[in-house]
Structure formats: structure tokens, C-alpha cells
Design a protein around this ligand. Structure first.
Ligand code: SF4
Length: 475
């Protein structure tokens, strides 16, 4: 029986603000995995990195309103945090987790921020030795913008496309493949790893196999497809998840891939949070790269020092080959498996003229805000950078306003001033209580129903008044 955090424990949960360097963080991550029974040869957390990735929310605004949105009802009413504060948080990521940490530049949708500011953020993250990824719904991610961000040092782009976004004119995931295809074409040929994010819920679960087939067919550009199980958190309206869980999603992915995939060989944190499998795509067919889980675990345990370069596949393969060749015990087993794989996939390898694509299948299982499992929060691999340090994304989602409705301390010349997220203005003294007023223009998700007039014949005036009162009570 899972042990859930109480409302008070969620309220009291603090961001990590730990002294030490990235080596100390790595040791802490390993200890957390050991403490939660998640340490094994294929465990990446605490071995390859001290964290899976860190989300850097550079705006709370978005040009969509997803039905499973994790943002706060107040988000749209808030101004974008100043660049100085974004840079300070990048510095915090660097000091906490060290070089080569993956940073998700997200929001809201980061592309609604001024273009030159977005480019400056990417440039600063890369210059700090981090690996910046753009997490976007893609609407404003034109080829021109992506090229500009590549020049600034962007490494990955992750497009979120699915039915929960209620894009006009699209009623099935199949119809949304036209949007995905357009995004694939925008990114094709740029030095970027391309990911796709899909929220899975009862309304689109039956389409997961066909979606997987789309990603396989475009694996010349798409490197990773991530499926997130819809959770009861944030401002979103949808709450249903009964039939959808990581296990049913794993089955649906394998159905689409047309082969069994080993989702247990490699872990990136807690097994109830993340599941990952790697497919090799040859002649349009998927082969399980980690079918032999035991050997895969041994390779992972002994090659943690090898730095992966997602922009240069050949370099990564070469580095791994050298590391394996340096260990005769690994090399013998690896060679044996390579030969039997070539035998199994021989006809397809010939038909594909030796071209092999790689597609990662990832499942992320966010928790409902009122059912946070202690063990998973303590083993969390996905942090968001708050003003006070990194914090588990699930815990953060359960109390977002606590970190959004605070003034940021910023330096202007030799003066320290306070930036107010509601007005976007700086002031000399730290503001006390911050009030947000929602209107029909800035209310999103669940808050919309409090500010929209309720159309009941003969009672319209009265209902409007009630709506306004309810909105105030809620906030
Ligand atoms: S954000 Fe939540 S689901 Fe994701 S790794 Fe952390 S605790 Fe697990």
C-alpha cells in the first residue's frame, strides 16, 4: 500500500538547496535510488547523471489551454520572469547538477516569450555547459526560429501535440499527424534531436499503436516519443485516467511497434514514474535494442563515464564502441549479440542498405496532486527550478502558486529591487500579499467556469454576480 504525502507535508515540502558539487549530487542521487529499492545495473540516475532533467519555466503564458494542463489557474495573469532571474536559475541548475545536465526550456509555451529573450536564454544555458531543449506545442516554432535557436546552442526540440490541446479542426490523433508531419519537416536537417510528447487519456488511448507507427515511419528525424499518462493536477478540466496507466500504455506501444520491447532493462529513476525502451528501426521494422536486459545492464553499469552526444550519433557510437572494446568481458558478449542480431535482422539490413535508425519510447507517469507517493517524490528524477532550488515536479504541481506568486529579487545596477509577477514592475520594497484578478481574458482551465457568465434564462445578472464572487473565493 502506497504511503501518500498529507496536505501538510506537501505544504511543508522544500526545494533541494544542497551545498556541494555535482559529484556530491551524484552520490545523493545514488543513495536515493538505493533507499527506494531502485538501484540496479541498468539504473541511470546516480550513475550517468544526478538528475534526469530540470524544467526551467521561462513564462507561465501559453497559446493553448490543454484539458490536462499542469499550470496554475493564475498563470495567464502573470508576467514573464525577468531575464536576470532566468539566468540566476540557470546558474542554480549548473551548481546543483553540473555540466551536461539536460534543461527543458518550457513554460507555459516558451515561444510566446520575446524571440531575442528566448535566444538569449538558450545561449546562456549552453554557455553554462548545460544541454538546452525547447519544450513547445510548436505553433510558433517556425523553421526560422528553430534555426536561430540552433545557432544559440539548442540541442533538442520536443513538440507536444495531442487531442487534449483541442486544436480546431482536429478530432482524432490520426488527423493530428498532419500537424506532426509539418513539425517534422520544419526540424528536418537541423542539428537537433526531435522528440514528440503525447498526453495519453481515455479519449486517445486506442490511437496509441497508430501513433507509434507514425513515429516509426518518421524515425529518420524523430528520436524519442514520450507518452505521459494524464494526471489530476493543475488547472486542467479532465481528470479521468482509470483505464490508462503505464502498463496499458506499454502494451499499446508494443502493439504499434509490432514487437516486444524490454521496458525493464534501463531505468531513469523510479520504475513507477518512468519506463523506457529503445528500438532500432531497420527497413521500417522495430527491433528491441535491449532484448537481453542483463547484458544491457552490465554495459550501462560499466560505461557511465561515456558522454553521449545527441547531435552526433556517429561520435556517440564510436565512444561507446571504444569503451566496450576496452573491457574484454563486455566486448565478447557484445560481439556475440551483434552477430546474432545481424543474423536475425539480415534481410532487413540488406534492404535498408545498412541504415539503422534509433527510436526511444518513453512513458512518464505524473501523479495526481492529492495522491503523491512519498517514495516516488523522494526518488524523483524530474525537477523544476523554483526560485529557491530544484523541486520534484509532482510536488511543485501540487502547490504552484506558492512559487509563482512571489516577488523576485533582482539587481538593477548597484541596487537590489523587487520584481512583482502580477504587475511586471520593479519596486524598492518587497511587496506583501500578491493579488491576482482573473477575467474572461486571462482565466484558463477550471477557473474559466468562475468568470464566464452563466447563461440561465431570467437569472443572467444574478449568475454573473455569483460567478465573480466564486472567482474571488477560489483565489
Ligand atoms: S515528476 Fe513525479 S512522476 Fe516524474 S519523476 Fe518526479 S515524482 Fe516521478
Amino acid at each position: 500500500m502506497a504511503d501518500f504525502l498529507s496536505a501538510k507535508e506537501i505544504f511543508d515540502w522544500q526545494p533541494y538547496n544542497l551545498p556541494g558539487n555535482s559529484a556530491a549530487q551524484m552520490a545523493r542521487a545514488r543513495q536515493r535510488m538505493i533507499d527506494q529499492g531502485q538501484w540496479h545495473d541498468g539504473q541511470i540516475l546516480g550513475r550517468r547523471g544526478a538528475v534526469g532533467c530540470v524544467s526551467l519555466e521561462i513564462t507561465q503564458r501559453c497559446n493553448l489551454d490543454c484539458t490536462y494542463c499542469y499550470l496554475s489557474e493564475t498563470s495567464e495573469a502573470l508576467k514573464d520572469i525577468p531575464l536576470e532571474e532566468v539566468f540566476r536559475r540557470i546558474d542554480l541548475i549548473r551548481t546543483h547538477y553540473g555540466e551536461n545536465t539536460d534543461v527543458q526550456i518550457s513554460g507555459g509555451d516558451p515561444t510566446v516569450r520575446k524571440r531575442e529573450e528566448l535566444a538569449a536564454i538558450v545561449r546562456y544555458a549552453r554557455a553554462s555547459g548545460l544541454r538546452p531543449s525547447l519544450f513547445t506545442n510548436g505553433i510558433r516554432a517556425s523553421r526560422e526560429l528553430l534555426s536561430q535557436l540552433c545557432d544559440a546552442g539548442l540541442i533538442d526540440v520536443a513538440f507536444h501535440v495531442d487531442l487534449t490541446q483541442e486544436r480546431k479542426g482536429y478530432t482524432t490523433e490520426r488527423s493530428l499527424n498532419a500537424v506532426r508531419k509539418e513539425y517534422v519537416d520544419r526540424a528536418r536537417g537541423l542539428p537537433l534531436s526531435v522528440f514528440f510528447n503525447t498526453t495519453v487519456y481515455p479519449g486517445n488511448f486506442h490511437e496509441v499503436p497508430e501513433l507509434v507507427q507514425f513515429f516509426v515511419a518518421h524515425s529518420d528525424v524523430v528520436r524519442l516519443c514520450s507518452f505521459q499518462v494524464g494526471a489530476d493536477t493543475g488547472r486542467g478540466l479532465e481528470r479521468e485516467r482509470v483505464t490508462v496507466n503505464p502498463y496499458t500504455v506499454m502494451q499499446a506501444i508494443q502493439m504499434g511497434a509490432g514487437c516486444a520491447l524490454n521496458f525493464g532493462a534501463v531505468s531513469a529513476g523510479h520504475a513507477r514514474c518512468n519506463r523506457v525502451a529503445y528500438g532500432l528501426v531497420i527497413n521500417g521494422k522495430v527491433f528491441d535494442f535491449l532484448a537481453d536486459g542483463e547484458s544491457a545492464g552490465k554495459v550501462i553499469a560499466n560505461t557511465a563515464h561515456v558522454v553521449f552526444d545527441r547531435q552526433d550519433k556517429a561520435k556517440t557510437v564510436w565512444r561507446m564502441t571504444r569503451a566496450i572494446a576496452a573491457r574484454p568481458d563486455l566486448a565478447a558478449g557484445f560481439l556475440h549479440r551483434a552477430v546474432s542480431f545481424a543474423w536475425k535482422a539480415g534481410a532487413d539490413l540488406i534492404a535498408a542498405r545498412g541504415r539503422i535508425g534509433k527510436l526511444t519510447f518513453f512513458i512518464h507517469n505524473f501523479m495526481d496532486a492529492d495522491r503523491l507517493e512519498r517514495e516516488r517524490c523522494e526518488a524523483c528524477s524530474f525537477m523544476v527550478m523554483t526560485p529557491d532550488g530544484p523541486m520534484s515536479m509532482c510536488v511543485h504541481n501540487a502547490k504552484r502558486d506558492r512559487y509563482l506568486l512571489v516577488a523576485a529579487q533582482v539587481k538593477r545596477g548597484d541596487k537590489t529591487v523587487y520584481w512583482n509577477p502580477v504587475t511586471g514592475q520593479t519596486q524598492e520594497h518587497r511587496p506583501g500579499h500578491l493579488d491576482v484578478s482573473l477575467s474572461r481574458k486571462n482565466a484558463r482551465g477550471r477557473a474559466k467556469k468562475f468568470v464566464e457568465p452563466v447563461r440561465i434564462a431570467g437569472e443572467a445578472g444574478q449568475s454573473r454576480a455569483k460567478s465573480a464572487d466564486a472567482a474571488e473565493d477560489t483565489l
